[in-house]
Design a protein around this ligand. Structure first.
Ligand code: PHE
Length: 592
């Protein structure tokens, strides 16, 4: 037997516009909110105030704190309250009012406060972007470092430092306390606390009692705790050496922050008119258009605009398009598969599938209730089908059962696209003179199955049919090889199989690298004389055909484990929008 290789498909990401929104979009969104209802405490900020603020002096409501010189920057966001997400309109109003005197500036937006809380600097940036685009303000970036407390540092800030805990746990007086008791009271931080307290000369051994400690000073000041509290509150800048020591002790950590320094722009105003984005009927009839301020188009590089909400191809449709392309390159014509409902006649009887066949059972097939039947299939052809089922013909003895028209009339959701192939072949047989054809289809079929990770009640089949004089099994194998070669699967393996309508029949396998095993990818065969005879095709015409599922290769290609995430109500629409286009690594047959 030949060796088989699975050549994995090759992907290329979709080119074209990026779909995610960016900060600029957010800025636009924020900008559109009205600034009119904003109430800001202490709206006017004078130049003098700004100077004070630049030196770190706090005013009641608007605080500008510039961390310069030998002082250490402290956390702009390290206030007790985390930066609040506030309305963009409030931020905008605060910024504009802060600049409401000719020489006013905002030295650092990190120090802006609304209701006593710092503001998320990303939000500030959005607002600043909006205002800058209208030349209302101009701004520059400030990168600064600040310190935060580690969980350990926070523990000390709340409970005191270990050395003070040790000192506090020793009662004043000459007796002191035994080391074992002390250890119990202070707990985990005892060891460090005792060492530090000794070093500070706060405690000493009790000269009269072994293993006991006494105080050597009356009271102590918890400098570490006070320092950590000041770091936490961002109020008093600390000495670099102390910070370095705390960092070594893992009590504090350095962080980086971005904030902005803002000045008035060429078109500064505190009275920003709402910008119109559309010329509406109202604007025209009221005459307001004359005084309206229209929003400028934003053609800045990097502005991605709004992604269209519709028009994305489902991954299945992308793979279908690739398969379709392969069929077309091989000279196949697409069959019209645009009917999900068909009669049992075309789906089963015309394919020499006996009426008692288990696949025709309600367990495997969906039957229609209303209308439940259709008998518009050609009578003479039906008679020939009936005869071949009951008593045979064309070299066959048939099934020898009582064929019923009522059974053939039952309308069903087609269980395979071979229902379309049988109909197409009938029409081909009606033509005056036989002509060879190559047909294909890729469309939906339905089976009454319990759904699980690998089965759905509806899925897609890809079907190929070739009719010509003197075709043999060799031609079937040949056509399948060239088809799969085009798919990037140069070697495939066949296994004899059984279908009521084909003889011989072959299952098609391909090696799947990911699963590490041969996987069945399709079914094929040569249509039986019992099927072709009643059609009335010339006797020397044979028809080879094959069918594949579309879901499995799509799942492999797009990395889906569960078929229900590919098709049905569990499909993630966002994923569909973001999936890359499908490119199969096609081989061009003989040229290679
Ligand atoms: N109809 C078959 C199926 O549903 C596939 C097939 C098509 C087999 C044509 C042979 C010939 O699995």
């Amino acid at each position: 037997m030949a060796e088989f290789v699975w050549v994995d498909w090759h992907w290329e990401p979709a080119n074209g516009p990026q779909l995610q929104t960016n900060g600029d979009n957010r800025a636009k969104e924020l900008q559109t909110q009205s600034a009119s209802q904003t109430v800001i405490e202490n709206p006017s900020q004078s130049m003098q105030q700004n100077h004070q603020q630049a030196n770190g002096i706090q005013s009641n409501h608007l605080t500008i704190h510039q961390n310069l010189g030998p002082k250490v920057p402290t956390a702009p966001t390290a206030m007790t309250a985390p930066p609040a997400v506030v309305e963009a309109a409030k931020i905008q109003a605060l910024i504009l009012h802060s600049l409401d005197s000719p020489d006013a500036t905002i030295a650092d937006t990190a120090a802006l406060r609304i209701d006593g809380a710092a503001i998320d600097q990303l939000q500030v940036l959005s607002v600043l972007n909006g205002l800058t685009s209208r030349e209302v303000v101009a701004f520059t970036f400030i990168e600064s470092e600040y310190w935060v407390l580690t969980p350990e540092g926070q523990g000390i800030a709340s409970n005191g430092s270990p050395e003070v805990m040790v000192f506090d746990a020793i009662p004043p007086g000459p007796d002191g306390i035994s080391i074992s008791k002390l250890q119990k009271i202070v707990g985990d931080s005892y060891k460090f606390g005792q060492g530090a307290a000794f070093k500070n000369k706060w405690i000493k051994k009790n000269p009269s009692t072994p293993n006991a400690l006494i105080r050597s000073v009356d009271n102590v000041v918890d400098v570490t705790r006070a320092n950590l509290l000041s770091i936490r509150d961002g109020s008093v800048p600390l000495d670099q050496a102390i910070l370095a020591d705390y960092k070594k002790r893992k009590l504090v950590d350095k962080r980086k922050s971005s904030s902005y320094s803002v000045t008035r722009g060429a078109k500064f105003t505190t009275n920003l008119a709402k910008e119109e984005t559309d010329i509406t009927q109202d604007l025209i009839t009221s005459g307001d258009w004359k005084s309206a301020v229209f929003k400028k188009y934003n053609f800045a590089p990097g502005v991605t605009g709004v992604a269209p909400r519709g028009g994305y191809l489902h991954p299945l449709m992308k793979v279908r398009e690739e398969f379709r392309q392969i069929f077309l390159e091989l000279g196949f014509t697409e069959m019209p598969t645009n009917k999900f409902v068909d009669s049992s006649f075309w789906n089963f009887d015309a394919l020499f599938q006996p009426q008692q066949h288990p696949a025709r059972d309600a367990h495997d097939t969906f039957f229609l209730k209303d209308p439940a039947t259709d008998d518009k299939f050609p009578r003479d052809y039906m008679e020939r089908v009936k005869k071949v089922h009951t008593s045979g013909g064309y070299g066959s003895i048939g099934y020898g059962y009582d064929w019923k028209k009522e059974e053939a009339e039952k309308l069903i959701l087609r269980t395979h696209t071979t229902a379309v192939s049988s109909n197409m072949l009938y029409h081909l047989a009606q033509e005056k003179e036989f002509r060879p054809v190559k047909y294909f289809s890729i469309d939906r079929v339905f089976r009454n199955e319990t759904t699980d990770a690998t089965h759905l009640a509806e899925f897609h089949q890809l079907e190929g049919v070739v009719a010509d004089r003197g075709l043999t099994l060799g031609d079937l194998i040949g056509v399948l090889h060239s088809f799969f070669q085009k798919l990037g699967i140069p070697k495939i393996k066949f296994k004899p199989a059984y279908n009521p309508y084909t003889e011989p029949s072959m299952e098609i396998f391909s090696w799947h690298d990911g699963l590490g095993k041969w996987v069945e990818i399709g079914n094929s065969g040569m249509f039986r004389p019992e099927m072709l005879g009643p059609l009335g095709l010339p006797e020397d015409v044979s028809v080879i055909a094959w069918g594949l599922g579309l879901e499995r290769p799509t799942m492999i290609k797009y990395g889906y484990d569960d078929i229900r995430e590919l098709l049905g109500h569990k499909v993630n629409i966002e994923l569909v929008q973001k999936n890359p286009i499908c490119r199969l690594d096609k081989k061009m047959g003989r040229e290679l």
